[in-house]
Design a protein around this ligand. Sequence first.
Ligand SMILES: [Zn+2]
Length: 267
Amino acid sequence: MHSHEHALTDWQQALGRFHILLPGIPAVTSRGWLAYCTTVLFRLKGHWALYDTGHYSDRSQLLAALAKVQVRPDEIYTVILSHLHFDHVLNLPLFGNATVVVAQAELDYARDVAAGTRQDHAIPETWPALLKDRNLHVVDGSAVLDDGMEAVVLPGHTPGCLVLFCDAPVPVALCGDALKNAWELFSPASVVTPVDDAHRLAGIAAIRARAQVVIPGHDRPFGMVSGGLCYLSGYDFTITGDLFPEPRNRVLLDLPMTAGLRRRPEK
Ligand SMILES: [Zn+2]
């Protein structure tokens, strides 16, 4: 068993394979979903790949983040969609060369939503147009995408959540909204989804069993330690606004989301 100082080095090394282009933000507003998801760049079979794409409101940030690491959108060969909610898929058209990896169960679910037999306000009506004429890799159950890299369907947030497990050098899980944030790992009974609780909890248990480092859909990456976790990266999240007659671009919220250990609060 590692001490966590020891493990931390391994975790940071493991995370070196996964570049967080845009960090997921675990927050909602009184005005609606904030919905900034984690967007991850990594190498897959010698080419660039993305896990989730974000949505319109962060499109320019996504392009800027790619430019910063000198990757062009047309160099992205694979886009894995964790699921078909708008906050994860709407920037897909930027990556016209990419094969799109998506779960069969999620396509079936989105078809049910379009047919009106199920309701989900986060599936965009335009999803068929997003996938039209695209090269699709539809995953039924699971698929090995590269050596030690497996996409696994774990119903949870939606019926077709696609979690990417990378087994070496340290097991990492890119979770999408199968695990939106760290609280869902520690208190998994507290969210409402279209999937029954037994399946959702089994998905979270599968992530916990296979991964040491977790990259959630709307939170920053962390490693698990007993009684808590260690965030592996930080992000300074701010909201600015123009509240007349206050100065323009006044900082309304400045939330330093720092790296480091967090203990689960005592009950
Ligand atoms: Zn989401």
